[in-house]
Design a protein around this ligand. Structure first.
Ligand code: SF4
Length: 340
C-alpha cells in the first residue's frame, strides 16, 4: 500500500479530485501530517468519515522504526528499520545556526567510491520518498526541536534516485510540509552528469554539492569509478551549464587522502580547475577505518593545501569535525556505526 508521506501536495490534490473529493482537503491533510503530526487517519477530525475511509483503504500512514540512537557531543546517529527489514542511517548535527540532518537516499550504493564504506555494499534499492521525509520528521519529534538544514549526503547517490528525491524536496520545502527553506537544503552528487543537467531546470533554489575529491582524471579514476563514465571535462561542462541556468553557487567536496590527492601540486591543479567558477571548496579530513587502506592527511599538509587554495583566491573551508566518531561525509556513516 502506498504510504501517504510519499505524496506531494499536488499529488494529494490530484488524487482527491479524481476520487470525487475536494481539492482543499489536501491542505488539511498536509497540516495533519506535518504540523499536527497525527499518526492515524482517524484523528483527522475535520475530514469526513467517507474521506477518512478512502484514505485508510488506499494509503498507509506507517512510520519508520527507530532501532538505535547514538549520541556523541553535538552529533547523533539514528538507525531506522524499513518495512522490508533493511536499515538506513541519518545523522543529526547541532550547529550554532540550527539543527542539520544528513539524510540517506538509498540502501547501499552502486557508485563504488574507494574511500567509502557504504560503497562497499551494492545498492539494494532506492529509498522511497516517504523513507527520506520520515528521517527528518521523526528526528524532529524525537529531538523535540526543529530541523532547519538538510543535506542529502548520507548513504547512496541521490541523483541515482532522482524522481523520489525531487518529490522529497517538494514536501520538505512546502510551507505546510516541513517548511525547510530551499537554500537550507543541499544535495550532493558524485557527478551524475545527465541528472545535473536535469536538475538545472528544477525551480527550487536547492544547493548543489559535487563530490570532486581529485583535481584531474588520473587521480579521480583511481578513487571514483563514476569518473570513467563522466570525465572531469564533461562534469565541469555540465556544472557550468547548471550555473548559467541557476546562478547558484556550487560547493565542491574534497576529501583529503594522504599521498593520494593532497600534494601541493594537487592544490594548485585544483585551484586552476575551479578558478572560473562561482564556488567554494569544502576540504574534508578523512576518517580512517579498519576496512579501507587510505590514510588521513596530517594537519600541517591540510593547512598547506588550504593556504595554496586561499592564495589562489579560491573560497575554501575545512569541514568541522563532529567529535571524531561520526563522519557526515558522504558514505562514511555506515562504517562508524559499530565504533560509537
Ligand atoms: S561516497 Fe557517496 S556516492 Fe560514493 S560510494 Fe559512497 S555513498 Fe556512494
Amino acid at each position: 500500500m502506498n504510504n501517504i508521506f510519499n505524496l506531494t501536495l499536488e499529488e494529494i490534490e490530484d488524487y482527491l479530485i479524481s476520487n470525487n473529493s475536494k481539492k482543499f482537503h489536501a491542505l488539511q491533510l498536509f497540516e495533519w501530517l506535518y504540523i499536527k503530526r497525527v499518526e492515524s487517519f482517524s484523528e483527522m477530525s475535520n475530514l469526513s468519515h467517507d474521506l477518512i475511509d478512502l484514505l485508510k483503504n488506499n494509503f498507509s500512514i506507517d512510520r519508520l522504526k527507530v532501532v538505535d540512537v547514538q549520541d556523541d557531543k553535538d552529533v547523533s546517529k539514528y538507525l531506522f528499520e524499513l518495512h522490508d527489514g533493511e536499515h538506513i542511517e541519518a545523522v543529526l548535527m547541532k550547529h550554532d545556526y540550527g539543527n542539520s540532518i544528513c539524510v540517506s537516499s538509498q540502501v547501499g550504493c552502486n557508485m563504488g567510491c574507494k574511500f567509502c564504506e557504504s560503497g562497499r555494499r551494492k545498492k539494494v534499492r532506492n529509498l522511497e520518498t516517504y523513507e527520506m521525509v520520515l528521517q527528518i520528521l521523526m528526528i524532529e519529534e524525537l529531538l523535540g526541536e526543529r530541523i532547519s538544514h538538510v543535506v542529502v549526503m548520507g548513504i547512496g547517490e541521490p541523483f541515482d534516485n532522482y524522481d523520489n528525491l525531487i518529490k522529497f524536496f517538494k514536501i520538505i520545502n512546502h510551507p505546510k510540509g516541513l517548511a525547510i527553506g530551499s537554500r537550507h537544503i543541499t544535495v550532493s552528487t558524485c557527478g551524475v552528469v545527465p541528472k545535473i543537467l536535469e536538475f538545472s531546470d528544477f525551480p527550487l533554489q536547492v544547493n548543489l554539492a559535487v563530490s570532486l575529491h581529485a583535481p584531474n582524471n588520473e587521480i579521480r579514476d583511481k578513487i571514483m569509478p563514476i569518473n570513467k563514465v563522466y570525465r572531469i571535462e564533461e562534469l565541469f561542462k555540465a556544472l557550468k551549464y547548471y550555473y548559467n541556468k541557476t546562478n547558484r553557487r556550487l560547493t565542491f567536496e574534497y576529501i583529503m587522502l594522504k599521498d593520494i590527492n593532497d600534494s601541493d601540486e594537487c592544490a594548485r591543479e585544483l585551484a586552476n580547475l575551479v578558478k572560473d567558477m562561482n564556488c567554494y571548496i569544502n576540504l574534508i579530513p578523512y576518517n580512517e577505518t579498519n576496512n579501507i587502506d587510505f590514510k588521513r592527511t596530517n594537519t600541517i599538509q591540510l593547512m598547506k593545501f588550504y593556504d595554496i587554495l586561499k592564495m589562489n583566491n579560491i573560497n575554501v573551508t575545512i569541514r568541522r569535525e563532529f567529535g571524531g566518531k561520526i563522519s557526515a561525509a558522504c558514505g562514511q556513516l555506515r562504517s562508524k556505526k559499530e565504533e560509537l
